[in-house]
Design a binder for this molecule. Structure first.
Ligand code: HEC
Ligand code: HEC
Length: 414
């Protein structure tokens, strides 16, 4: 008896060590480490005090709005409130550059960084926040470089980019973008260490509500979430389950009245049609019957990885908890007054663009008389499933601890 239990302990300890070593993070390269330091440096705002990491907090799903509670980000000046909810900066290596995708009758805008796809690369994106008056508020790239030149990592910057790099601020600013982009590609930000990832690899079991939530998420007649938030539990490769194909949709999200620019009733954030970007030109593969007006009010879909950790959802941050998001999908059509007020019509797009709101696919194609697309219990289960998409806290082994031999993935490797 004694002997047997020692053996079990030994085996358990052995497995634990194996896990810890297998998932220890590889050391960063000098370039990645520079990006990490710049990303976390609170001296790089005007006034000082706000770093990229203040709006992209690992524990808040790599988002968070720098302490603002109204769903949109607060900048380095406490009175500066932006117009949009911070996005996650994790898993951004998988965002394709902006393009129009034509498949039969379907023409979709896809890709690009930001809710409106206005930036094509992580390098280019990373330079925006430094100069945005509502975010880090620097006057120009040279002002940022001056601060980096006196930072604790100034020498490392010169070692990486050459001893004269600070005498060419334009080039040096580009290098800042490259360093941040390299950091964003490291496993720290793309860990694939969620319970779902363990599950598709046959190393963890989902609890019954989580499994039921996943079925509803995938069921074309129920949630139909996976028709947009793409996934493939048949593949053990987590990259086949990014939970977004980065296409743009208008889903009829309610107006967030707390956003300062929304105080003007005739102001509308039209996503692809501005005002935070110029309208993109249609590419030559787009049929002549389609116009850019068909895309006004559309925003880029995000990955749902780590979204359960966030405290604000959607481009305008109008929802502050995940259950409300799923309830919105379930009851937008059956109970529009709950979301839009007494008139019951979408209130964050001008009438002319309401035709762009998705109404031709589940769960958005049901008449009000059919009732909610999901029951309260089903909503809870979808929320439970979404929580399985959160990565393990940084530096820790994947969650949950792998349970070899326990398999209940009906879609997974047989
Ligand atoms: C004051 C808050 C704030 C700060 C500081 C901030 N961001 Fe953001 N971030 C946002 C908001 C808000 C968005 C969405 C903006 C939009 O769509 O117009 C965003 C979007 C992004 C995205 C796009 C993700 C995607 O899926 O397209 C990345 C990447 C990102 N930020 C990285 C950074 C980096 C790098 C820095 C520092 C140089 C930074 N952010 C500083 C608030 C912030
Ligand atoms: C027609 C495509 C489509 C379908 C179907 C769809 N979504 Fe989405 N989802 C989007 C888009 C687009 C956004 C971003 C919208 C915005 O902010 O304007 C989004 C945003 C979200 C967010 C917020 C993410 C964040 O970080 O702010 C969650 C959570 C979410 N969807 C869950 C679901 C669930 C659960 C279902 C099924 C019940 C579902 N979605 C069905 C397109 C879709």
């Amino acid at each position: 008896m004694k002997l047997k239990s020692t053996r079990i302990h030994f085996v358990a300890l052995f497995c634990l060590c194996l896990n810890l070593t297998a998932f220890a993070q590889p050391k960063m390269t000098r370039l990645e480490d520079l990006g990490n330091q710049i990303f976390n440096d609170r001296a790089l705002s005007e006034p000082r005090g706000t770093s990229c990491a203040d709006c992209h907090v690992a524990k808040l799903g790599f988002a968070g709005n720098n302490g603002s509670t109204i769903g949109v980000a607060k900048g380095s000046k406490p009175t500066s409130l932006g117009g949009r909810n911070a996005m996650s900066n994790a898993y951004t290596d998988f965002i394709p550059s902006f393009h129009f995708r034509v498949e039969g009758e379907d023409v979709d805008a896809v890709g690009g960084f930001f809710w409106d796809g206005r930036s094509d690369t992580a390098q280019q994106q990373a330079l925006g926040p430094f100069l945005n008056p509502l975010e880090m508020n620097n006057k120009d790239g040279a002002a940022v470089l001056q601060k980096i030149a006196t930072s604790p990592y100034a020498k490392q910057f010169k070692d990486e980019f050459g001893p004269k790099i600070f005498s060419n601020p334009t080039l040096a600013f580009q290098k800042v973008g490259e360093a941040i982009a390299a950091f964003e590609k490291t496993p720290d930000l793309q860990a694939f260490s969620s319970k779902y990832d363990q599950f598709i690899q046959g190393r963890a079991k989902l609890a019954p509500p989580e499994l039921n939530g996943m079925k509803i998420f995938m069921d074309a007649n129920k949630g139909n979430c996976a028709s947009c938030h793409t996934m493939n539990p048949n593949s053990a490769n987590p990259k086949d389950s990014l939970f977004s194909d980065f296409a743009f949709y208008a889903t009829g999200i309610p107006r967030n009245k707390a956003i300062p620019r929304n105080a003007n009733p005739s102001f509308f954030d039209l996503g692809l049609c501005g005002p935070d970007r110029t309208r993109p030109a249609l590419s030559s593969n787009v049929p002549a019957s389609v116009s850019i007006e068909d895309f006004c009010g559309r925003f880029r879909m995000v990955s749902l990885r780590n979204s359960a950790e966030k405290n604000a959802f959607m481009h305008n941050g109008v929802f502050s908890n995940l259950r409300d998001v799923v309830s919105f999908y379930a009851t937008r059509n059956s109970n529009p007054k709950r979301w839009y007020g007494p008139q019951g019509i979408p209130n964050d797009l001008p009438l002319a663009y309401q035709r762009n709101i998705v109404n031709d696919r589940v769960p958005f194609n049901r008449p009000a008389s059919s009732g909610p697309a999901l029951s309260e219990r089903e909503i809870d289960d979808v929320v439970a499933f979404l929580k399985t998409l959160s990565d393990a806290p940084q530096g820790q082994p994947p969650r949950p601890n792998p349970m070899p031999g326990v398999l209940n993935n009906p879609f997974g490797p047989k």
